[in-house]
Write a protein that binds this ligand. Structure first.
Ligand code: TTP
Length: 393
């Protein structure tokens, strides 16, 4: 079966991290986010991937090339982000037979994706605590009877997890009209499929939709949590690697370093001397964590450098960010309330008691910069020596 991967979106809610990388290409453990969905599809038996690209399409094409894990890859271009049904419509000319659709920014339970692929028309579902925030499935005797967007009075706690298997005929149902929010939605195609077919569902044990920066941390917590210890890079005899730590070939860990897994130090990265890395941290390719630096539960993207005497907690640092000596991140409010963060101009709760900062590609802090919990530094931003940053810049 062909699997369509939707990866045309920019990820406006995850700015500035998506300033030059589309959200599906942001790093989650060893791979870009979208590769985890591709892996689930390939493991479930997809015989072709059709990747829908748009925003910063080249980076997605470069990653997958013409073949991914032995499966041919084709591309469809969606010029304007007019909605998920429109994205699948862009792929229509490549479709031949029943087909699956997966979001390129979701992490799926691979066993449920396999179950989905093995059945007829079906939808992936996940049991959630607050179904009224999701598309909610109604089902009778294992057959889906309805999908309602954000119902006030949810009939079940089964949320639509954004992975589907459609019958071949659904190719003809993709020209749906725009919804109230102005998008051509895949859920309308699902509704038509439910009318015409018995549609089953595959329940996922775990699922994550990555929309906002702290969900990128959660995605890394998930996938780093699956690591098994594997040390291939050079590790000084006076370094202490505890638990499931992966040090890729070409990475180096210097004397006096303590790393508590799960943690991944990617190729070309260096840690230490005398650094402390803990709690689901990704040190990206060619990133550097230097002397006297503590990094906790954070993502350092490729080339990010925290050179000396700094603390980084619960944060995402974009590519080639450089933190000057003594840069300290606050990740906890005195009142213990969840940290707030600005998403598309609105202050929202991250739901996390601990959340640090989000730093766009190439931003630089000067020495002794203090960064308040929840702050964003946009791409290329700079701070002055001793600056206390309490507002986004
Ligand atoms: P969204 O998360 O709704 O959109 P987005 O990725 O652009 O992010 P944001 O809302 O922060 O701007 O998209 C869900 C999935 O569908 C995601 O994998 C991107 C993809 N998509 C497309 O490929 N084309 C589209 O027109 C839309 C709306 C989404």
């Amino acid at each position: 079966m062909q699997a369509v991967l939707l990866a045309a979106g920019e990820g406006t809610r995850i700015r500035p991290l998506s300033a030059s990388l589309p959200k599906p290409m942001l790093p989650v453990a060893h791979r870009p986010l979208v590769a985890h969905a591709a892996d689930a599809a390939v493991d479930a038996g997809a015989d072709e991937l059709v990747v829908v690209v748009g925003y910063e399409a080249e980076t997605v094409r470069e990653y997958f090339g013409e073949e991914y894990r032995g499966v041919p890859v084709r591309y469809a271009v969606q010029d304007e982000q007019a909605g998920t049904a429109d994205a699948v419509r862009a792929a229509r000319e490549h479709l031949d037979g029943a087909f699956a659709v997966l979001n390129g920014d979701n992490l799926y339970d691979p066993a449920a994706v396999a179950e989905l692929f093995a059945s007829g028309p079906s939808i992936a579902a996940v049991r959630v605590e607050r179904p009224s925030n999701y598309g909610v499935l109604s089902a009778e005797a294992g057959v889906v009877t309805d999908v309602e967007e954000k119902p006030a009075d949810p009939p079940t706690n089964l949320a639509n997890a954004g992975a589907y298997v459609f019958p071949a005929e659904a190719r003809e149902w993709l020209d749906v009209s725009a919804s109230e929010r102005g998008e051509r939605e895949i859920t309308d195609v699902v509704a038509r499929t439910i009318e015409e077919y018995d549609v089953g569902f595959a329940a996922m044990d775990r699922w994550l939709d990555v929309g906002r920066p702290w969900e990128l941390l959660a995605a890394n917590e998930w996938k780093l949590g699956e690591l098994e210890r594997d040390v291939r890079g050079s590790v000084h005899e006076d370094a202490d690697l505890r638990g499931d730590v992966v040090v890729e070939e070409g990475a180096s860990i210097d004397a006096g370093v303590v790393i508590e897994g799960p943690a991944l130090v990617r190729s070309g990265a260096s840690v230490g001397p005398n650094a402390y890395v803990r709690g689901a941290t990704l040190v990206g390719e060619d990133a550097h964590v230097g002397h006297g630096v503590e990094v906790k539960n954070s993502v350092l993207m490729a080339g990010a450098t925290v050179g000396h005497l700094s603390y980084v907690g619960d944060s995402v640092l974009g590519r080639n960010v450089n933190f000057g000596a003594g840069t300290n991140v606050a990740n906890l409010r005195h009142d213990g309330e969840a940290v707030r963060h600005t998403v598309k101009g609105e202050r929202v709760s991250t739901g996390r008691r601990k959340f640090g900062v989000v730093v766009g590609d190439g931003a630089k802090t000067a020495i002794d910069t203090s960064l308040n919990a929840g702050v964003t530094l946009s791409e290329g931003a700079t701070t002055k020596p001793g600056e206390v940053v309490t507002r986004d810049k």
